[in-house]
Design a protein around this ligand. Sequence first.
Ligand code: PGA
Length: 255
Amino acid sequence: MKKLIIVANWKCNPTTLKEAKVFFHSLKSQLEKSVNILKNVKVVICPPFVYLPYFQKLALKSTIFFLGAQDCFWEEKGAFTGEISPLMLKDLACQYVILGHSERRQLLNETNEMIGKKLEAVLRAKLKPILCIGETAKERKKGVTFKVLKEQLKKTLRNFSIPKSFSLEIIFAYEPVWAIGTGKPCQPKEAKEVLLFLKKFLKKGKILYGGSVNSKNAPDYIKIGFDGLLVGSASLIAKEFVQIVKNAVFSLKKF
Ligand code: PGA
C-alpha cells in the first residue's frame, strides 16, 4: 500500500512560541493515539522559521512527524539580509521545504525562475522540495489551466531535462489559487483532470492536492489518486488535522 504525505502548512501562525508549543503537544498526543495509521502516512509539520529550533530536538527523536520549512533562499550563505539557506534548515532537522506557494508568488512577486533556483538549492542540500503550482480563478475561467501549469513547471524545472531526469525527490502540490483559504475546494472531477495531466507531463514524482482541504473532503482526493495533501487553515485545528490524516489513510485502505 502506498504511503501518503500529509503536510501541515502553519503559514504565519501562531504569534507566540508558547502557543506553538501548546498546539503542537495537543496535536502530537492526538496523533500518538492513532499510531496504527501512521505507518501509512508521513506527517510533515511546517511551522514558521523562528519556531524551528524548538521542534528540532522533537523531530530528531520522533516517529510521529517530520519537520519542514515554508520557504528558503537559493544560496548556501553570504550577504543576503533576511534570508534562510537550505543548509540552515538542514541543521535544524528539517527534511522538507515548501517552495513556490501562491501566497509568495502573489504577495512577494516570486517568479518561476526564482523558485527554480530555490528548487536546485534544496535538492543540492538533499532536502525534499514540495513544489506548489496552480492557476488563478481568472485563468481557470479562461480555460488555460493546463497551459499555466505547464509554464510554471517548465520554467521552474528549466535546468532539469523534463520529463526524464529530474530527481524523484521532488514532491509536487497542485494548489488552485482560487481554492486556497476560500472554503471552496476544487471538485474531485476537476482535480482528477489536472492530476492525470500532471502525471502524463511529469512522468515521475508524488503529487499532492492543496486548497480548502478538510476532514470531509480529504478522502475524495486520495481516492482519485493524489499521493497526499497540503493543508493550511485546517492544520491549525489539532482535532480536525488528525481527522484529515485518519480519513485519508482510511480511504486509501479501501482502494
Ligand atoms: P488552505 O491552505 O488549506 O487554508 O486552503 C492551503 C495552502 O495554502 O497550502
